[in-house]
Design a protein around this ligand. Structure first.
Ligand SMILES: [Zn+2]
Length: 335
């Protein structure tokens, strides 16, 4: 299979820009779809230049993860609360389903464990995704513009076109950032969200980043797993003087997976910042995940995070390969 050349890669980026600029957006589904495809390309794809079939339920799972966070009611001024409207008219259907389920399940982890309800949800969301954003994303001013995927006739799968996986993996950070920015803009411009937006200075954090409470709960698990020692320098940590670190930095892959968390003292955490850690730590992280897989799955998934070791490792493979290829600086204790 041929890898896309420089010109084809540039064309791909321009096309992404084009659909984000010129496409009509009646809801936020299209942003969710692009982000989902980009994350799935990292988790399931290869850099071979080949195509990839995706099940609609895989995409549905990503949708649920993205919206689960955003349907938390935002309380403003003690006067009331409001859930962000993700649609031009009434609230988007998928969002309504998730709002309903949030009333019975305090975390995504607990919902996943109730497999009958979880599978039913994935099936319904998959159906919606297939009939709405998947049909609309590649439609520009009424013209079908098939540059990302092809729809299989029996309708079970979406096939990412040859070379698209490569480009999505190559440019996922740009795509994530563009989509998040546009998504936030959409929410801000939607007049039904106006009452809360003045009260919500950091919409980005509210919509996409993990909550402080969730991370504190993760910290409590990791304190035990790491015997209260810093993952990087191995020194004992005092209570309160540590932070949950995304081993693969959030800036590279902005989605939380349970195995990606390590606990670091404040000093290592701030020095590592959004860099990748050096190879010795990559090795240590792999070992930690192999040895403590069961505990991580058991205790971090209930906090609402996806915990799938193989997926986390696939994301790391992608990140380190990219770092090597693009000459990213790796962080180690010696620098
Ligand atoms: Zn340290």
């Amino acid at each position: 299979m041929d890898l896309p050349n420089a010109q084809q890669q540039l064309k791909f980026l321009k096309n992404i820009q084009l659909i984000l600029q010129s496409g009509s957006f009646s809801s936020t589904y299209k942003f969710a779809l692009l982000i989902s495809l980009s994350r799935l390309a990292i988790e399931k794809g290869e850099d071979s230049g080949g195509s990839l079939s995706l099940e609609y339920t895989d995409i549905a799972e990503k949708f649920v993860e993205l919206y689960w966070k955003q349907v938390v009611p935002y309380v403003f001024n003690d006067e009331g609360q409001l859930i962000l409207n993700q649609n031009n008219g009434k609230q988007a259907t998928i969002v309504n389903r998730i709002i309903e389920l949030r009333q019975n399940y305090s975390s995504l982890g607990l919902l996943r464990r109730d497999s009958a309800v979880w599978l039913r949800l994935l099936k319904d969301v998959a159906e919606r995704v297939k009939n709405m954003p998947v049909r609309k994303l590649q439609n520009l001013n009424g013209q079908n513009f098939e540059f990302l995927y092809h729809l299989e006739h029996c309708g079970k799968q979406l096939i990412l076109l040859p070379q698209v996986i490569y480009c999505l993996r190559q440019f996922s950070e740009i795509i994530e950032e563009l989509c998040q920015k546009r998504w936030i803009d959409y929410i801000r411009k939607n007049s039904s969200n106006a009452p809360i937006l003045n009260q919500l200075p950091n919409l980005e954090q509210f919509m996409f980043e993990p909550s402080r409470n969730q991370l504190n709960a993760v910290a409590n698990v990791l304190v035990e797993l790491q015997d209260c020692k810093c993952f990087y320098c191995n020194k004992s940590m005092r209570k309160g003087n540590y932070a949950v670190d995304h081993f693969i930095p959030w800036s590279m892959y902005p989605s939380d997976t349970g195995h990606n968390f390590v606990l670091a003292d404040s000093s290592c955490n701030s020095k590592k910042s959004n860099l990748l850690a050096s190879d010795e730590f990559l090795h240590k992280w792999h070992e930690r995940n192999e040895e403590q897989d069961l505990i991580i799955v058991d205790r971090i998934s209930v906090l609402g995070f996806l915990t799938d070791k193989d997926r986390s490792h696939k994301i790391a493979d992608w990140a380190y390969k990219k770092a090597n290829q693009d000459n990213y600086i790796l962080w180690g204790l010696t620098i």
